[in-house]
Design a binder for this molecule. Structure first.
Ligand SMILES: [Zn+2]
Length: 480
């Protein structure tokens, strides 16, 4: 995500949805259920009631050790009982209620508390086996919610269905919602979503979408993504194009005509730039949806779909939000394809994404703001001295202004320092190697440092320790 308040210079964004599609699932054959969860969601949209209702099911392949329970995040419930800043309180609440929960066809014990749903499995499910959980649901879309939002004739469906929590060696990741950063962590999954929406709405999603407004029920499929976002709208027009073989659609509302073409050009340039330097974008389509999607959000990333503001205020005045579009698209690489635990180590995607954004702005837009970035990062030394906080903390450790500096600015400045140290080509090689090695997986800070050291042919741990953890050097630097 990118928040408005982060940099003195830039600002908000939103992305909307890109999806890869039906074709992909067909080409790749039946998803391997031993590998990835398979979501099947029916979603009937009632525009008058601002609700989505339907049936939800997910087939969960069990790996590692036997499971006796599953957890799901019901993030929309954060908007039912808003516990964060009054300024970001939704105008009208939203929620996600579930009922008739079944496991392998049999009614199951379950407990919902706030944004967390626990489902008890009647018998343990062993590694190599698959269990299927299903339920009916009612989603109320909040008016003025962050990301999940409704305005005019547009519904932004973000983190809108029961999202399977991740269980790994550390146990279940059932961290609560917070308004700081992107409090979401999910694994690669396959999706089949059937939308039933009133006539005349355009559907923009994580999958490859239908070019025209939808007139009846449609099923979209997308394999190998971490999330499935959708925008249901009558307010948007597209500008269509391609970056290589990837369809790049930019969606704008009335009043944004003056920036639509420029931002679409930037989106294509961004997709080409990141693809060339980091590695190929693996999906067929990406959608950029312009417009604010909630308080303080300049832009947001989802697989195959990003949101961005149309314009931002900079030192030079109001301008098209090119950097926000670039930022959110870079998240397709850092978050989308190479995942990380965004709750535990948010710097890993935000820092690399901010660096990618600045690389793009410098090389393609001729705008070198790295000095500004490095200057802003200097503030973090002070903050660390005062509060002891570093760039590798969980979301809950940061207040909003500190979050931007520690998680976006300092790591991006760190990467520029690495460019000074190793040269740009070497740093790009580090990023492309990291992308190649961890694509469709979840990486950690240690993984990144390991790859960087390997590619650089030197131990970079002291460098990263200093920048990320504010550690003093282990040995004094050699005099020149
Ligand atoms: Zn971001």
């Amino acid at each position: 995500m990118k928040r408005r308040l982060f940099f003195a210079v830039t600002f908000m964004l939103a992305l909307a949805m890109l999806l890869e599609s039906t074709c992909v699932a067909a080409e790749r054959g039946v998803p391997d259920l031993r590998e990835r969860p398979y979501y099947s969601i029916q979603a009937k949209y009632n525009d008058a009631a601002s609700k989505v209702t339907g049936h939800f099911s997910v087939k969960v392949p069990v790996r590692g050790e036997a499971l006796t329970e599953l957890y799901f995040h019901l993030y929309p419930n954060a908007f039912d009982d808003w516990k964060w800043g009054a300024e970001s309180r939704p105008e009208e609440p939203g929620y996600l209620k579930v009922r008739d929960v079944k496991v392998d066809g049999v009614k199951a014990r379950h407990k919902n508390k706030g944004t967390l749903l626990n489902v008890q499995l009647p018998t343990p499910v062993r590694p190599g086996e698959t269990t299927q959980v299903e339920m009916d649901y009612v989603l109320k879309i909040p008016k003025g919610g962050m990301r999940l939002n409704r305005f005019k004739n547009t519904a932004f469906l973000a983190q809108w269905y029961p999202m399977l929590a991740v269980k790994d060696r550390e146990g279940w990741h059932i961290d609560p919602y917070t308004s700081t950063g992107d409090p979401f962590y999910s694994r690669m999954s396959d999706f089949e979503v059937t939308f039933d929406i009133p006539e005349g709405y355009q559907l923009i999603t994580t999958a490859q979408d239908f070019p025209d407004p939808v007139s009846s029920s449609v099923t979209l499929r997308q394999a190998n993504v971490r999330d499935f976002a959708a925008v249901i709208t009558k307010d948007y027009e597209p500008v269509r194009g391609k970056a290589g073989k990837t369809k790049v659609n930019l969606w704008y509302q009335k009043g944004m005509e003056d920036v639509a073409q420029e931002l679409h050009d930037a989106a294509i340039a961004g997709m080409e730039f990141f693809g060339k330097y980091f590695g190929p974008y693996p999906y067929k389509e990406v959608d950029v949806v312009l417009g604010e999607t909630g308080y303080g959000i300049a832009g947001m990333e989802y697989p195959g779909l990003v949101t961005s503001l149309d314009k931002i205020t900079t030192r030079k005045g109001e301008r098209p939000a090119v950097n926000v579009v670039a930022h959110e698209l870079a998240h397709q690489w850092w978050y989308g394809v190479v995942g990380n635990n965004q709750v535990k180590e948010p710097w890993l995607d935000e820092g690399l994404t901010t660096f990618s954004e600045f690389l793009f702005m410098e090389e393609k837009m001729g705008e070198d703001e790295r000095d500004l970035l490095v200057k802003a990062a200097e503030r973090t030394d002070e903050i660390n001295r005062e509060k002891g906080i570093t760039s590798v903390e969980s979301l809950y450790q940061y207040s909003d202004p500190i979050y931007g500096l520690m998680v976006y600015t300092r790591p991006a400045a760190m990467m520029w320092k690495l460019v000074d140290k190793l040269g740009k080509d070497k740093v790009l090689e580090i990023m492309s190697t990291y992308y190649d090695r961890y694509r469709f997986q979840t990486a950690t800070t240690r993984d990144f440092i390991r790859v960087a050291s390997e590619v650089a042919g030197q131990d970079l741990e002291p460098f990263f320790d200093r920048w990320l953890y504010f550690k003093k050097d282990r040995a004094p630097e050699k005099k020149k």
